[in-house]
Design a protein around this ligand. Structure first.
Ligand code: PHE
Length: 453
C-alpha cells in the first residue's frame, strides 16, 4: 500500500501559521492511512514513501519548513505532529489488540526508516527527539500507553521487550550518528543522487470523474458553435431561483423543486437555498450582459429527493441560453439537434413534445430515438433495455424564453427572442455509458472510477 498525501497547492505562498496547520492536516491523513495497514510488508512501503531519501513525503515537508523557518526542530509543532501521527496510531492499535508486544516491530520499522534516511545533524536530531523527547517521544509514550496500561499478566513480557527495544534503538541511533559525523553518508548520498536506475516513489495519479468528463464533452460541443461557459453560485436567493424565472411564490411548480433552505441568523435580508436548477444563471447572465447572449452553465443542483437508482439530492445540469434580436424556433431545434448528433452519433432522430416551464413559452420536452436499438425498441431479439421498448428516450426540458422573463432583466421583449434548455448530466452519462444506478457517481468507489480513466 502506498501513501497518498495531498499537499496544499500553493504552499510556497502561505504563512507560517497556515503551514503548520497544513502539516497538521497531513499528519491526520497519515495517521488514518497507517491505521488501515494490516500486513507488515505494507507498512514497509508506507514508511519508505514517507522517508525515502529526498523523495519521501516527509522530506518535502522538511524542505518547506526549512525554506520558511530556516531550521527545522522538534519544537516545530506541525512537524512534530506529523512525525508523531503514525506513532500515535501504532500505540493505539497495540493497545486495542490486547497485546501490544506484537507492535514493537511496527515502531521499530518506523524509526528505522526515518533514522536510516537522516542525512545531517539537523535531521538526525529530529529523529533522536522523536525517540527520546520527554514529553512526546516514542520512548516515554510506550511507557505511558503500553506499560502502564497493560494487564498485569502481560506486563513482565512487555517490560522485557521494552527494555530490549530501548537498547536496540539507542545503539541504532549511536551508529547512525557516527556515520553522519564522519561525513561518509553525505558523500554516499551525493553519489546516490544520480543513480537513475533506482525505482521511484509511486504517486498515484487521479483522473477526471465520469461526470466531469461528460461535462467536458458537452462543453466542447457547445463551445465549437459559439457558446461560452459560465458558472454560478450553488447557494441562491429565491429571487433568482424562482421569482425572476417567472415562478411566483405559491406557484405549484415549486412543489417539484422542493429543496434545502439554509438556516440564517434572524433579520437576514433574504432566505437562501441550494439552487434547484442551473436556470438562475439565465437571469444573472442577462443582468450583466446585453444581447447577444450565448452561454452554457455547467453545475451542481439540489432537490429534496430520496436517493434511489435514479434520484439523488444532488445532481448535475448544463443550462443553455441564447438570446439575440433574431433567434427563431428553427435556430433552437437546429442547435439542439446538432448537439444530440454530436453527442450520441449522427443517426439519432429527435422529437419535441409540448411541456410546461414557467420561464419558457412554448416549452418542450426533448426526446431522441434510442441510440442503442436504433429507435426500434428491440435489441438482440428482445426488448431494448435502455428505452424499455419505447424506441424514444426522454432527454431534457427546453423552450423559447418566456417574454415575461425579459421584464426581470431589462431586456426589450419586443426586440429580442431566444431559447433555453436544461440538460440533466447524470441521466445523460448513465445512458451513454450504460450505468444503471445514479448513486455510483457520488460514492467515489475507485473500482467504479477506474473504469473511466
Ligand atoms: N430548469 C428546468 C429544470 O430543471 C429545465 C429547463 C431549463 C427547462 C431551461 C427549460 C429551459 O427542470
Amino acid at each position: 500500500m502506498h501513501l497518498d498525501l495531498k499537499f496544499p497547492e500553493h504552499w510556497d505562498d502561505i504563512g507560517s501559521g497556515q503551514l503548520q496547520s497544513a502539516i497538521a492536516r497531513l499528519g491526520e491523513s497519515l495517521e488514518q492511512q497507517v491505521g488501515q495497514v494490516a500486513a507488515t510488508e505494507d507498512e514497509e512501503e508506507l514508511f519508505s514513501d514517507l522517508f525515502d531519501r529526498e523523495y519521501g513525503f516527509f522530506w518535502t515537508i522538511y524542505s518547506k519548513v526549512r525554506a520558511k523557518n530556516g531550521r527545522v526542530t522538534w519544537a516545530d509543532g506541525g512537524v512534530r505532529h506529523f512525525l508523531r501521527a503514525p506513532v500515535q496510531r501504532i500505540l493505539t492499535l497495540g493497545l486495542l489488540s490486547g497485546d501490544p508486544s506484537k507492535y514493537f516491530i511496527s515502531l521499530r520499522r518506523y524509526l528505522e526508516s526515518f533514522v536510516n534516511n537522516t542525512m545531517d545533524v539537523e535531521s538526525f536530531t529530529l529523529a533522536r527527539a522523536l525517540w527520546e523527547s520527554r514529553a512526546e517521544g516514542i520512548k516515554s509514550a510506550i511507557g505511558d500507553s503500553w506499560l502502564k496500561k497493560a494487564p498485569p499478566e502481560l506486563r513482565p513480557e512487555i517490560g522485557r521487550q521494552y527494555n530490549e527495544f530501548v537498547k536496540f534503538v539507542d545503539k541504532y541511533l549511536k551508529l547512525r550518528f557516527s556515520v553522519i559525523e564522519s561525513g561518509a553518508e553525505q558523500s554516499a548520498f551525493a553519489r546516490d543522487r544520480i543513480d537513475l536506475s533506482l525505482p521511484g516513489v509511486h504517486r498515484p495519479i487521479g483522473s477526471h470523474h465520469l461526470i466531469r468528463q461528460v461535462f467536458q464533452e458537452i462543453e466542447d460541443i457547445f463551445v465549437s458553435i459559439g457558446f461560452s461557459v459560465v458558472e454560478g453560485p450553488e447557494i441562491e436567493t429565491p429571487y433568482y431561483n424562482f421569482e425572476a424565472l417567472n415562478i411566483p411564490e405559491f406557484h405549484p411548480v415549486r412543489d417539484d423543486m422542493d429543496t434545502f433552505y439554509l438556516e440564517l441568523p434572524k433579520g437576514a435580508k433574504t432566505p437562501l437555498l441550494l439552487r434547484t436548477h442551473t436556470s438562475p444563471m439565465q437571469i444573472r447572465t442577462m443582468e450583466k450582459q446585453k444581447p447577444p447572449v450565448r452561454v452554457i452553465v455547467p453545475g451542481k443542483v439540489y432537490r429534496r429527493d430520496n436517493p434511489d437508482a435514479t434520484h439523488s439530492f444532488a445532481f448535475h445540469q448544463i443550462e443553455g441560453l441564447a438570446v439575440d434580436t433574431d433567434i427563431t424556433f428553427c435556430d433552437f431545434t437546429g442547435t439542439i439537434e446538432y448537439f444530440v448528433r454530436q453527442f450520441f452519433g449522427a443517426s439519432v432522430k429527435t422529437r419535441f413534445r409540448p411541456s410546461y416551464f414557467p420561464f419558457t413559452e412554448p416549452s418542450i420536452e426533448f426526446d431522441v430515438s434510442c441510440p442503442f436499438c436504433g429507435g426500434t425498441g428491440n435489441s438482440n431479439g428482445g426488448t431494448c433495455s435502455k428505452c424499455k421498448g419505447a424506441a424514444w428516450i426522454e432527454l431534457f426540458g427546453a423552450g423559447m424564453v418566456d417574454p415575461a422573463v425579459y421584464g426581470f432583466v431589462n431586456y426589450d421583449a419586443k426586440k429580442v427572442s431566444g431559447f433555453a434548455f436544461g440538460i440533466g448530466i447524470d441521466r445523460l452519462a448513465m445512458l451513454k455509458y450504460g450505468i444503471d444506478d445514479i448513486q455510483v457517481f457520488f460514492q467515489n468507489d475507485v473500482r467504479f472510477l477506474r473504469q473511466f480513466p
